[in-house]
Ligand binder design. Structure first.
Ligand SMILES: [Zn+2]
Ligand SMILES: [Zn+2]
Length: 302
């Protein structure tokens, strides 16, 4: 086997652990996935991401610094094989639902052609590539870019159905994703068992799951705001599809567009962009003068 050299980084420990597997093929596939994850991601660093803007601890000062140092290379992510596996499972679930909606002729958005590697917008399911005319088989859904250039906000919704005036959001709900994203929600469903100690009651968790997670609602409200005000897309609601990993059961929820919901976030983004233009740092909105964990790393770099 050829030996490969991996430079140190946040995921190095996980990488090295992968080499301890008794089965070489299992170790190799873990190394492969982690090597891929350690490459800089294609995620743009020079925009405000709705997924970050909706977090309770979104720091305006840290956002300001990130927008300013746009030319710097993307940071490497800290990750584990399990985490990458959860992400990948999420991607596969997206593809599955998007493929069904494409077969139904229900999606508009960006489309990617595997033949010419170009991306083009189409208001409906394309019959061929608009760039190189390759057959429909080469064309796959590339989601819905949602940008507010003057506010430097850039995001992507999972789907858009013009016929339903709806954005589409696809979510996977599983023990793994909940552990990472909503540990406090999962904690509510932990039960003490005599034989096995603390276990999650997944049946009850799924039964009680009656609305999208609050962070997902905040994010989609912002997406809908971008649709209406910046992208000229007719949207009055978002339809969520949840895929429950434990049983493959699914649920759907609808969130109606609320114009006022995102206004504070839009105002904050406008203020941050003004600060970048005038080169004046805003104050940390989370912890004032002393700063919060997000902006503290920028403190010494002035
Ligand atoms: Zn093409
Ligand atoms: Zn801060």
């Amino acid at each position: 086997m050829a030996s490969r050299v991996v430079k140190g980084g946040p995921a190095l420990t996980e990488y090295l652990n992968a080499t301890k597997s008794a089965e070489p093929l299992y170790g190799d596939v873990q190394k492969h996935v982690l090597e891929k994850a350690m490459r800089p991601s294609g995620r743009r660093q020079d925009v405000l991401h709705p997924s970050e803007m909706v977090k309770a601890d979104w720091c305006h000062l840290a956002a300001f610094h990130r927008l300013r140092r746009q030319a710097e290379p993307a940071e490497k992510r800290r990750t584990t094989f399990t985490r990458e596996n959860i992400f990948q499972e999420g991607h596969e679930t997206h593809s599955k639902w998007q493929r069904w909606f494409t077969e139904m002729g229900r999606l508009a958005g960006d489309w990617h052609c595997r033949a010419c590697d170009q991306i083009f917008w189409d208001d409906q399911t394309p019959t061929c590539c608009r760039v190189c005319s390759a057959s429909r088989r080469c064309v796959e859904y590339a989601e819905v870019p949602l940008n507010a250039d003057p506010l430097r906000i850039g995001g992507k919704a999972d789907g858009y159905s013009p016929q339903d005036s709806a954005l589409i959001e696809i979510k996977t709900l599983g023990l793994g994703s909940l552990r990472y994203e909503r540990p406090e929600f999962l904690e509510r469903y932990m039960v003490e068992t005599e034989e096995f100690g603390k276990l999650p009651d997944l049946t009850r968790l799924w039964r009680d799951f009656r609305r999208p997670l609050p962070s997902a609602v905040r994010q989609t409200q912002l997406y809908m705001y971008l649709c209406v005000h910046f992208e000229d897309l007719e949207v009055d609601r978002t339809v969520f599809f949840y895929d429950f990993k434990s049983t493959q059961e699914t649920k759907s929820f609808t969130v109606t567009y609320d114009e006022g919901f995102s206004e504070p976030l839009i105002e904050a983004a406008a203020a941050i962009v003004d600060c970048v233009k005038s080169d004046t740092a805003p104050r940390c909105n989370i912890n004032g003068r002393s700063g919060c964990p997000s902006c503290i790393e920028f403190k010494e770099q002035k």
